[in-house]
Design a binder for this molecule. Structure first.
Ligand code: SF4
Length: 280
């Protein structure tokens, strides 16, 4: 089974904005299937260390590859294809994480697993999170929630915080924006609420696409009723991922979209706050 070697980009990246393609292309299909079934190996775009924006405190983040959604504003489309990632054994990934365990504690931080969509590799992710918990590291997963049913209740218990995206409320707009239905994400959100699992919601504000105040108010009302949402992060759309779409030969629809103004972000935050949520 291929492992990291000096010929490949290192697992650690300055940020997920590094374009990474085909790093796992030589892994035979049957090994991919076995890996997905037992979680012995996963595909990672990269590790970043010292992140202050992917959960509480300072974090080590593992970015997985593989996503079944196709969000128009995705800034890391190289993570859509699992084989774009580096094949990494779970042992190696845990060893890498272990190097930071003491520092993470000192900085009240932890380990976040993001993507791509981490639950595309649910067995690998579950094993990584369980190992982090055994090292007494705070754990967070960032997910679109679509495959939340892949986690058993016991596996969910190894996750201290779930960050999930609510992209837009209107089902038709959601389908157009992401290529998938919203229902599974809402079901997962309700399950987290029933389990009283701390959750943060991420909402990307895209002018002309997700900035309808009534739509935002619907998301806010839903989130407020759940009772487990500790904060909403309103993330202003940006164009930092555009070059990846171009380099991958993908049609990018948002060429002419400008990032939202500070006022627009503040207005979106105000809608969430009016529903009783903390929004930043
Ligand atoms: S869910 Fe995330 S990784 Fe997947 S397409 Fe959407 S923004 Fe990109």
């Amino acid at each position: 089974m291929p492992e990291l070697s000096g010929q490949q980009p290192t697992l650690e990246a300055r940020s997920p904005f590094e374009l990474r393609v085909d790093l796992g292309k030589d892994v035979p299909e049957k090994d991919v299937r076995t890996a997905l079934a037992d979680g012995d190996m996963g595909f990672l775009h990269s590790f970043t260390t010292g992140s202050a924006v992917d959960g509480p405190g300072v974090r080590v983040v593992a970015w997985t590859t593989g996503c079944m959604w196709r969000c128009d504003y995705c800034h890391n489309p190289d993570t859509w294809t699992m084989r774009n990632g580096i094949p990494v054994s779970v042992t190696k990934a845990v060893e890498e994480l272990g190097k930071y365990r003491h520092g993470l504690k000192v900085m009240s931080g932890g380990f976040t697993i993001s993507g791509g969509e981490p639950l595309m590799q649910d067995r690998f992710v579950v094993r990584l999170l369980a190992a982090a918990k055994r090292m007494d590291i705070h754990t967070t997963i960032e997910t679109n929630g679509y495959l939340g049913e892949r986690l058993s209740d016991a596996e969910l218990a190894t996750i201290d915080l779930v960050m999930y995206g609510l992209k837009t409320w209107d089902p038709e707009r959601h389908r157009k924006l992401t290529g998938r239905e919203i229902d599974a994400t809402l079901t997962f959100a309700r399950r987290l609420a029933a389990a009283r699992k701390p959750a943060w919601i991420r909402f990307v504000l895209v002018p002309g696409l997700t900035d309808d105040p009534d739509d935002i108010a619907q998301i806010a009302g839903f989130a407020a009723e759940l009772g487990n949402v500790e904060r909403v992060e309103v993330l202003p759309f940006h164009q930092m991922g555009r070059f990846k779409w171009e380099r991958l030969g993908l049609r990018y629809k948002l060429d002419d979209v400008e990032p939202p103004s500070n006022d627009a972000v503040e207005r979106a935050c105000a809608i969430f706050r009016a529903a009783g949520l903390k929004a930043y």
